[in-house]
Design a binder for this molecule. Structure first.
Ligand SMILES: NC(=O)c1ccc[n+]([C@@H]2O[C@H](COP(=O)([O-])OP(=O)(O)OC[C@H]3O[C@@H](n4cnc5c(N)ncnc54)[C@H](OP(=O)(O)O)[C@@H]3O)[C@@H](O)[C@H]2O)c1
Length: 306
């Protein structure tokens, strides 16, 4: 297969490495302000630009899809904030890595979810890692997250980091609402309650995790920070919740920087946990999307060809 990669950072470089292992040909690597004309000749295009570039990502996706080139993206802003424009092109897109990195949360939910399903989820590996390690002290947990590449280097202020990561969760929840057809939303629909120093001090005791619940009725519960919103028949409640508040939360919490999702339907409970981020698992999820989207290329070729 011939591919192109747009955005050559951590994920772009890992995609390059995994594609070479598969003997795929890299037609073109597109960096910011570079000519992308060669990329339109590829069998598939991988998009790995920063998630605050939703408008640029949307434009790339539509222009490639119009030329019948499938686009596999891990960028979150396009599907979160330009879903209506992208909906006609979803069949040309792979987007499994936009929520939960390498966990495969979107395909799992597309397969498992019914109108009766209630969801509880941990969708941000950075915050889960920090609060999983908070017994060593908040500052030390933040530094460890930075050393491991889970949190951006630079700011060591836990309040700033946590408030930034809550925005990442809002983008992921928006994508879930849109692609699972719970109701159409953009991140602007969510009013974010940030956390302050006093609340962070309380959270540093380690009894809370940032949990997203998508259920059918609003329940009274103590939630610190985050956002609440009604979408279609669903009630979304996201924020720091005490782990001991519900048995579902105790079963949900993943290890370290993993993400996890727990589905409840009547008495049946299903759970999925996996690597929420990281170049390796994210790129391999994107490559699986590419193989699914380009199956037709191979089936049209004479037997004996790959
Ligand atoms: N890292 C993870 O574990 C992970 C997991 C899941 C999803 N994601 C998503 O994957 C995407 C990429 O993440 P990353 O960690 O690889 O980021 P990164 O290391 O910052 O790389 C992004 C690359 O995109 C380039 N870029 C920016 N705007 C561009 C444009 N308009 N056209 C072409 N290239 C452009 C940047 O170039 P400049 O340096 O010139 O700006 C940079 O080389 C993000 O959307 C992120 O949310 C990441």
């Amino acid at each position: 297969m011939n591919i192109s990669i747009i955005g050559y950072g951590q994920i772009g470089k890992e995609l390059h490495r995994q594609a070479e292992q598969k003997d795929w040909t890299i037609d073109c690597i597109v960096q910011r302000h570079c000519d992308d004309s060669q990329a339109y000749k590829s069998d598939a295009c991988f998009l790995s630009i920063p998630s605050n570039q939703g408008t640029a990502a949307k434009e790339y996706i539509i222009s490639f899809a119009r030329k019948q080139v499938p686009v596999i993206t891990c960028e979150k802003g396009a599907l979160a904030d330009h879903y209506e424009e992208l909906e006609p092109w979803l069949g040309m897109m792979g987007y499994s890595a936009t929520v939960g990195g390498g966990t495969g949360i979107i395909p799992y939910l597309q397969h498992m979810m019914t109108p009766k399903t209630q969801i509880h989820a941990v969708l941000n590996g950075t915050m889960n890692f920090i609060f999983d390690n908070v017994s060593t002290g908040l500052g030390a947990a933040v530094r460890k997250a930075q050393e491991k590449g889970y949190a951006e280097p630079g700011s060591t202020n836990a309040v700033d980091i946590i408030n930034g990561e809550m925005g990442d969760v809002a983008r992921k929840v928006t994508i879930l609402c849109n692609v699972l057809k719970l109701g159409m939303v953009t991140t602007g629909d969510f009013t974010m309650n940030t956390v302050d120093d006093r609340q962070m001090h309380h959270l540093a005791k380690g009894n809370h995790r940032f949990i997203v619940s998508i259920t059918h009725k609003r329940e009274a519960e103590d939630v610190i920070g985050g956002f609440r919103h009604d979408v279609g028949n669903y009630v979304i409640s996201a924020g720091f919740k005490e782990i001991s508040a519900k048995p579902e939360y105790q079963s949900l919490i993943p290890n370290g920087a993993n993400n996890a999702i727990l589905l409840k339907e009547g008495d049946a409970v299903y759970r999925l946990e996996g690597p929420g981020a990281g170049p390796g698992p994210t790129a391999s999820t994107m490559i699986k999307d590419a193989l699914r989207l380009t199956q037709h290329i191979y089936t049209k070729k004479p037997l004996g060809k790959p």
